[in-house]
Write a protein that binds this ligand. Sequence first.
Ligand code: ATP
Ligand code: MG
Length: 510
Amino acid sequence: MLMKAEKKSEPASAENDMPVLTLNGVTKTFPGVTALSEVSLELFPGKVTALVGENGAGKSTVVKILTGIYQPNGGQIEIDGSPIRFPTAQDAGDAGVTAIHQETVLFDELSVAENVFLGHAPRGRFGLIDTSVMMDRAREILEGIGANIEPRTKLKDLGIANKHLVAIARALSIDARVVIMDEPTAALSQKEIEELYELVEELKTQGKAILFISHKFDEIFRIADSYTVFRDGALVGNGAIADVTEAELVKMMVGREVSQIFPNREHNTGDEILVVEGYEHPTEFADISFTLRRGEILGFYGLVGAGRSEFMQSLFGITRPSAGEVTIDGEREIIRSPADAVGKGIVYVPEDRGRQGAIAALPIFQNVTLPSLGRTSKNGFLKLAEEFKLAREYTERLDLRAASLDTDVGNLSGGNQQKVVIAKWLATQPKVIILDEPTKGIDIGSKAAVHEFMAELAAEGLAVIMVSSEIPEVLGMSDRVIVMREGRIAAELSGDDMAPETLVRHAAGI
Ligand SMILES: Nc1ncnc2c1ncn2[C@@H]1O[C@H](COP(=O)(O)OP(=O)(O)OP(=O)(O)O)[C@@H](O)[C@H]1O
Ligand SMILES: [Mg+2]
């Protein structure tokens, strides 16, 4: 199972036998961390290779090495069998390697088209950028991926899913032979995900080699031809997708069996802690009423675009509802801002944790304790030992992998950064926590730890609202489920009514 990607059941055409791109014994170290240890990888034309591994296994580090962002400490990159180096990102692009990164590197103040063509804009006479050609080509590429985005729009005016589509368009604007996608579907809606799969098929027929990084097993089995597994920066297995089961892949990744069993929860909930009545927004949602009890986990299911996140943001004071009332712990409240919400005991962990979440240049422990300084300071003096203790407790319970709590959050892997954001809000000990897609981007082994922690906190009396698009998670964790469709509550389900078909039926309105 090691080293060489097997290609069974494939009629071996001459083209398929030769990898476009090879990583040969590549090592990458950072101070105190070996991110990659002599890993090898081969990418073939017209094939999708899935790269899987836990949070921090080294997947994004490979992407950065292949795109000239990091230089390896050892080993080599080969294109068509010849060694090559990528001292800069430009060199990787020139060699035909392009990537959609996990944390998209785009510029808010530039237009969509400028972002797509930054560094390789079409030029006219005198070497000046030909804006109209650039706009036309950007429009063409965006239409080609089913994105309805005007190329002149400033990037900052787009939502997260559209920004991601711009990043995809950027990758496609370079006529690449190798396309790398680092968790490309994490920020997309179901419809956009389907379009992305179609795009991947199209790229395959064009003979491009694709490296696809994902924590979602359904999509790996749907679109990948072969797999490569990393654990702790080392290669642990590779082969054809047709020859492996999900359980085997998980075992290679995590090093043990992972049962997808959800924590056994006692459904004894306490007093009403939150009552929402008639919440309404001019365009996003209407007529939202429900109650939440201490110790309860209330799932919010719906298709992307059903208005769940918009409602949660309003409940958290990011936007103002046009009507509606909130009662927290028996007191009628008006939530004027997020700070106001936190003060009243409601916190919200957004889906887009990259931007709204952590401070990259500060160490983990400070990020975690920042909003709960009241818990760790005495007479205004921070108690360092207390801060560490609090940070350690919450990060350990969320299965955070880091060299130490002094590590800057910016140096953590994407999934581990997300765990820091969740830890930081849980550490404030709120009365109500709203978790928006809590396990998105988190590997399958750590997911169980996050679920376990949620269950423990609920048992201690925390009231949890969990927005999730994953049916097993919604059904496995929730005491009750509210299904939203087109900005309204379509159903409130409990007990035996909590079944996959029922959820889907209400979400789709059939
Ligand atoms: N610039 C850096 N400085 C220090 N350590 C780093 C840096 N970049 C990555 N690392 C470390 O290298 C290891 C691999 O990180 P990487 O981002 O490649 O993980 P990943 O497999 O992409 O994980 P995820 O699934 O969470 O995205 C981690 O331990 C990470 O903390
Ligand atoms: Mg990553």
